[in-house]
Every structure is written in C-alpha cells, then in structure tokens.
Design a protein around this ligand. Structure first.
Ligand code: ATP
Ligand code: MG
Length: 267
C-alpha cells in the first residue's frame, strides 16, 4: 500500500471531554502522486492535520500510515526512514538569514551527509527548477517574498521526497506573484509527480492546483467535502474563467459558507 492514509484520527489538545476535539475521526486517503488541497476556516485543524501527516504531531487516537507503514507509535528508526520521504514548505519560509539561496537549498542535503560536490550540484539543479539560478548567491533579505518561497520549495525538493506538505506557502505574497508561483508549482508537480498536500485559504488556488479538494469544518474538525477536480492539465490561469472551474469553486464556497455571489466568484 502506497500513499498517505489517515485512519480515524482524533486530536485533542484540551483534555476536557465536553469540548469538541480539534480533529474528530478524520479519514483521508491520498494516492501516490496525487495533489490534494485542504480548505477550511481558520482554526479548523488544517495545520494540525498536516503536522500529523509529517510526524510533527501525534494523534490522540487513530493512525497515520505512510506507504503502508504506521507512523504513529513507530520506532525512532522507522519514523526517521518514513519522514526522510517527506518535505515541508511552511507559510514562513524559515530560510537561514546568513546563508545565500544556494546554501539554504543545500541544508537538508548537509543533514543527510551528502558529499559537498553532490550537494552543490543538486542545489543548483533545484534552484534552476524554480527559476532562480541567477539568485544563487543572494541572501534571503536580498530576495523578494515570492523568491524566498521559491527557495523554500527548492529546499523541500532537494532531497527528492515523495511527499510534499505545504502549509499556505503562498499566503504572504501578492496576487500576481501568487499566480506565477501557482503556474510554477503546477509545472514542477507535472515534472516530478510528488504526492502533495497543500493547505490554502484560497478557493481558486485550490481548484487551480489540485486533483482533489478536501474541505474541513471547525469544532469539531471534520471533512465535509471531498471533491475531484477534472479540469485537464496543464491548466492556464484562464482556466479560472471556464464554466467547470466556476461551478467547482461555487460548490466549494457553499461548504465554506461564503455564498456564491458573482462578486465572490470574481475574487
Ligand atoms: N500545540 C497546540 N496546543 C494547543 N492547541 C493547539 C495547538 N496547535 C493547534 N491548536 C489548536 O487547534 C486548533 C486548530 O489549529 P490549526 O493551527 O490546526 O488550525 P488551522 O486550520 O491551520 O488554522 P489557520 O487557517 O488559521 O492556519 C486551534 O483551535 C488551535 O488553537
Ligand atoms: Mg494553519
């Protein structure tokens, strides 16, 4: 069995049983190479779910399986092996301010003790993949917000994980940069076919990028919709004007309680 399986996962941060759990019996299976977007109101548990899939948080009950192996409760060695296969991109890029772009991309390779020449070769290749070869020598503060996010993506891809977990990676960049990052991510995904779980607050972004959009609700955190997006790839930004795209965003918005007015759809 490959892919990610979230099996009846409940998470309680608060032991008070009269309060709803943060995540309530979540069941979610993500196939190898699938791109799943996760939508839901603030506080519904998206980050918590992502952290649980990445082994950064333990479920109160239920289990997470990566490629058929139990993550929760596994031995240190097994966990390390499974998590070596997972890359994270957070909303905050977390780049080391004193290292240039190339050296930042190389960090996970250093941790894995990849020899220096090989590290440089891979880091250069990853920077080229995200279109930043020219910026290799620049420090994070010399880069734009969008460029920093690109470096963070290159870093997550550097050790070639099968699974990429992305938590609102483009939340802090302007709309135009976000459009170009979305196009770039689509291109990279089509080229590399990672399994991606992508958290976002943007309905159009979710529909543009994903094979499936999963919508959660809050208190208790549950899945209320799991919608397949059938718009063929590569998707152009103009795809957002098609009937199919608009019908999909309208349906998702109805679950998010955002209404489906023309104004909303035009966002
Ligand atoms: N370490 C923690 N300790 C206690 N409570 C936590 C912890 N992490 C998250 N929570 C709570 O769990 C709930 C879900 O948080 P989470 O960050 O997963 O939400 P989210 O859906 O990612 O929200 P947002 O869209 O604002 O990022 C919130 O009520 C939050 O306060
Ligand atoms: Mg979050």
């Amino acid at each position: 069995m490959t892919g990610i399986h979230v099996d009846s996962v409940t998470k309680r941060f608060d032991q008070d049983a009269t309060k709803p759990p943060t995540l309530d019996e979540i069941g979610l299976s993500i196939a190898d190479g699938e791109f799943v977007a996760l939508l839901g109101p603030s506080g519904c548990g998206k980050t918590t779910l992502l952290r649980m899939i990445g082994g950064l948080e333990q479920p109160t009950s239920g289990s997470v399986l990566i490629n058929g192996e139990q993550l929760s409760g596994a031995s240190k060695t097994t966990r390390r092996k499974l998590l070596a296969n997972v890359g994270f991109v957070f909303q905050e890029h977390n780049l080391l301010p004193w290292r240039n772009a190339l050296a930042n991309v190389a960090v996970p390779l250093e941790v894995r003790k990849v020899p220096k020449a090989e590290r440089l070769r891979i880091a250069e290749e990853m920077l080229a993949l995200v279109g930043l070869s020219e910026a290799a020598g620049k420090l994070p503060h010399e880069l734009s917000g969008g460029m920093r996010q690109r470096v963070a993506i290159a870093r997550a891809l550097a050790y070639d994980p099968d699974i990429l977990l992305m938590d609102e990676p483009f939340g802090a960049v302007d709309a135009q940069t976000r459009d170009s990052l979305n196009l770039e991510l689509q291109r990279i995904w089509m080229q590399r076919r990672k399994t991606v779980v992508f958290v976002t607050h943007s309905v159009p972004e979710a529909v543009f990028l994903a094979d499936r959009v999963v919508v959660m609700r809050a208190a208790p955190g549950q899945i209320v919709e799991d919608l397949r997006v059938t718009i063929p790839r590569p998707r152009s930004l103009d795809a957002s004007l098609t009937q199919d795209f608009l019908a999909t965003t309208a349906r998702l918005r109805s679950h998010l309680g955002e209404g489906t007015s023309a104004q909303e759809l035009a966002k």
